[in-house]
Design a protein around this ligand. Structure first.
Ligand SMILES: Nc1nc(=O)c2c([nH]1)NC[C@@H]1CN(c3ccc(C(=O)N[C@@H](CCC(=O)O)C(=O)O)cc3)C=[N+]21
Length: 282
């Protein structure tokens, strides 16, 4: 049986981070100020702690400072909004990442909207969603933005393709579909109420799996030759796609790890340096 070509997210991410580090160094030299990302974490969910640590480590290696804000699990929406407003007003902070998910008691949307649009390097605000949806310049949601870069790198033009996005979360599925639509794909969203998911996915030339259900999408659901992007985050580095069966049917596929994940962080760093350059007037 034929095997899909693998999309190497690690290597493209490495190149983007290297370019970003050069730009960060240049900016620091010219302005005397290093780009700075504030990372905001509410509570101590182990996966979130790990992701934030990875992002901060990657920042350090790229010459981006990071400021860590850790808030207790019982932080109220008002307190979180207050913390985000003060980071938004702080000229020493150029980008803000609010790690998702937060506790059930927090109004996530209110929190995201407390991030100043010019510092929304994670692309989570309504303002960023709007520019992204219209294909206008602005900050993209990092995982969807990373996915589009991978598609471009591998010569996949979404125009005219049937794209099926499985998942409709505010910072992953929904913006991924909007970016594909902006590039002229015919986009279908699937979600928890979708009837007969398999039959919808089988129509897809391009599948983006973004629900957080381990191995939900299986090889038999994949149209032969389709492009399969696995953006699912599940415990233990397992994606939403059953890789072993999907690789037999797909034309091009992202592995987990080594696919979309590293691109998420690369996009975050790149946008942080872009935000700093703009704020420092370069
Ligand atoms: N506001 C917000 N923005 C996010 O971008 C965001 C978030 N919240 N919440 C959690 C998810 C998760 N996430 C990942 C980033 C990188 C990898 C990554 O680089 N993974 C490596 C594996 C890393 C390892 O070896 O453990 C890979 O796939 O190759 C994974 C997951 C960003 N997220």
């Amino acid at each position: 049986m034929s095997q899909a070509r693998l999309i190497d997210g690690t290597s493209l991410a490495r190149r983007i981070v290297a370019d970003t580090a050069e730009r960060a160094a240049d900016l620091t030299e010219r302005t005397g100020t290093a780009p700075c990302l504030a990372t905001v974490l509410v509570g101590e969910d182990p996966a979130s702690v790990t992701y934030v640590r990875m992002k901060r480590n990657r920042c350090r290696k790229a010459g981006i400072e990071s400021r860590q804000v850790e808030l207790p699990a019982d932080t109220t929406t008002e307190e979180l909004v207050g913390a985000l407003r003060s980071l938004s007003d702080d000229p020493g902070v150029h980008g803000i990442l609010l790690q998702h998910p937060m506790g059930e008691h927090i109004d996530e949307r209110a929190a995201f909207e407390a991030i100043a649009p010019e510092k929304d390097v994670d692309g989570v605000t309504f303002a960023s969603f709007a520019t992204m949806s219209f294909g206008l310049p602005g900050f993209v949601s990092c995982t969807p933005g990373g996915i589009m870069r991978l598609l471009d790198e591998y010569g996949v033009d979404p125009s005219g393709k049937r794209a099926v996005v499985v998942g409709r979360s505010a910072i992953l599925g929904k913006p991924a579909g909007m970016l594909l639509l902006a590039r002229d794909a015919t986009v279908t969203y699937c979600h928890s109420r979708t009837r007969d998911l398999s039959s919808v996915v089988r129509e897809a030339d391009l599948v983006v799996a973004a629900v957080g259900r381990p191995r939900l999408i299986r090889g038999e659901d994949i149209k032969p030759g389709a492009v399969v992007i696995d953006a699912g985050y599940n415990p233990g580095n397992v994606g939403d796609v059953d890789f072993d069966s999907a690789v037999e049917r797909a034309g091009l596929i992202t592995p987990v790890p080594g696919g979309v994940g590293p691109m998420t962080i690369a996009t975050l760093l790149e946008q942080t340096v872009a935000a700093a350059a703009r704020q420092l007037g370069v």
